[in-house]
Design a binder for this molecule. Structure first.
Ligand SMILES: [Zn+2]
Length: 449
């Protein structure tokens, strides 16, 4: 393969945003040099004022295949990813059937992914009550870490864990050195709140919000921090929605505990006050909370308590959103945003004074670190995979169904005017998205360090 040179006046490098040329040799970045220092034999592409970012890494995606391909799948999820500037997805162990809780299930997932992927991927393994003996085998087989639920996950093939289950599992998790990703809501406060809402109107968003109070998250996070102190495993809190936990998470980090935290674009963009009654496409768990809470989550990012932003892309067939029945009780919870998470985040981040450097850290570098692929993904630097996104940070567009590319174009963002357009995405040196088209073959593969 020829030497390629990608030029831009705004390249997001570890040292800062600067005019540069990225020299790509085969699948890897050979060097980042001055715009005037491109070797004459290189095939040049100059993107001018469009920014060049490290392609995004999403460590929280529900691809749902095998088993629930009618919800989503490797083909459609990775198309949406490529269109959104992502080149690496890490798939959650649930909603697929079988759930990824043993090595045979991981192999089934590998079989399902074969030949379908437009971007690279890897898998998280599940921690459930009956699989402590599988944990270290899953680690050896290549999962990037583990995921567990402290509350019912909404489907039956993946069981939540209680304290005795965790005490069986955590010594194994700790031995692997891999992170444990935790859905941090405890059933107690959710059940009590739901009981109080008996007879309430479930078409109203406030009913749903009240059914999953801040305390459910807060208690779960305290519980996990105490286990983290005891067992010394790497704890990662997924989709933090309550800002009330930020102070304790900050203290844990100051104390040197191995804790990391993520939130999602919808918690940073939507607000409970403006979610219409019946708008079940906005349902997710934990729920989107009020505006003031959202601003505190932004402060959490500013303070570095929240490390990363991932989509929690979790689509389902439209009928399961109960859009006609308008019931927040029975609707499936999950928001799919792989194809537009970057503009959603840039729209919000830009108006708060953040930069493309911040975006690259939250959405590429830190998710890559969590998933243990940070020696090859997440930076524009020599030796890294040539995973790049060409992004016009000044352009605007209106979200329409034809831009979403996941299997069912249901989205709370439809019709919104957003800032920033993904122009091109490169996976290991080859364009996988180009202004609305998907050139080439499905060249994505499982990530192996
Ligand atoms: Zn999830």
């Amino acid at each position: 393969m020829e030497l390629q040179a990608f030029l831009s006046r705004r390249v997001v490098t570890p040292e800062g945003l600067r005019p540069a040329a990225v020299l790509v040799d085969g699948e890897r970045i050979r060097a980042v040099v001055g715009r005037g220092d491109v070797p004459t034999n290189a095939l040049k592409q100059d993107f001018g004022e469009a920014a060049l970012l490290p392609a995004l890494v999403d460590s929280h995606v529900h691809i749902n295949e095998p088993g629930r391909t009618e919800w989503e799948g490797f083909r459609t999820a990775t198309l949406a990813a490529a269109a959104g500037g992502y080149t690496m997805l890490v798939d959650m162990p649930l909603n697929c059937v079988p759930a990824t809780t043993n090595v045979a299930a991981l192999q089934a997932k590998r079989g399902a992914a074969q030949g379908q992927c437009r971007v690279d991927w890897a898998a998280w393994g599940g921690v459930v009550p009956d699989n402590p003996a599988e944990i270290e085998a899953l680690a050896s087989a290549g999962v990037r870490g583990f995921k567990c639920f402290l509350v019912h996950p909404g489907i039956d093939e993946f069981s939540m864990v209680r304290e005795p289950d965790l005490r069986m599992a955590l010594p194994h998790v700790a031995r692997t050195g891999l992170p444990l990703l935790v859905h941090a809501e405890l059933p107690g406060p959710v059940d009590a709140a739901t009981e109080r809402l008996r007879g309430a109107d479930w078409s109203r968003y406030t009913t749903y919000l009240q059914s999953r109070p801040d305390e459910a998250e807060l208690a779960a996070i305290r519980f996990m921090l105490s286990l983290c102190r005891e067992y010394g495993f790497r704890l990662h809190i997924v989709h933090l929605a309550t800002s009330l936990a930020l102070e304790e998470l900050q203290s844990a980090r100051v104390a040197g505990m191995p804790v990391s935290v993520e939130t999602c674009p919808h918690y940073l963009h939507l607000e409970a006050e403006t979610i219409a009654d019946g708008a079940t496409f906005c349902k997710c768990a934990p729920p989107v909370r009020e505006r003031a809470n959202r601003e505190q989550l932004w402060q959490g990012l500013r303070d570095g308590v929240i490390d990363l932003v991932v989509t929690d892309h979790s689509p389902c067939p439209p009928a399961m959103k109960r859009l006609e029945e308008k019931s927040f009780r029975t609707a499936w919870g999950g928001i799919a945003s792989l194809s537009i998470a970057l503009p959603v985040m840039w729209t919000e981040a830009h108006r708060r004074g953040f930069t493309l450097m911040d975006i690259a850290r939250w959405m590429s570098q830190e998710p890559a670190r969590l998933a243990g692929c940070d020696a090859r993904k997440g930076q524009i630097a020599a030796g890294y995979d040539a995973d790049l996104v060409v992004f016009d940070p000044e352009a605007e567009f209106t979200v329409s169904a034809d831009r979403l590319h996941h299997r069912h174009p249901v989205s709370p963002y439809l019709g919104e005017r957003l800032r920033g357009v993904v122009k091109k995405t490169y996976l290991r040196g080859t364009a996988v998205f180009d202004d609305g088209r998907f050139p080439g073959e499905a060249s994505g593969r499982e990530f192996h360090p």
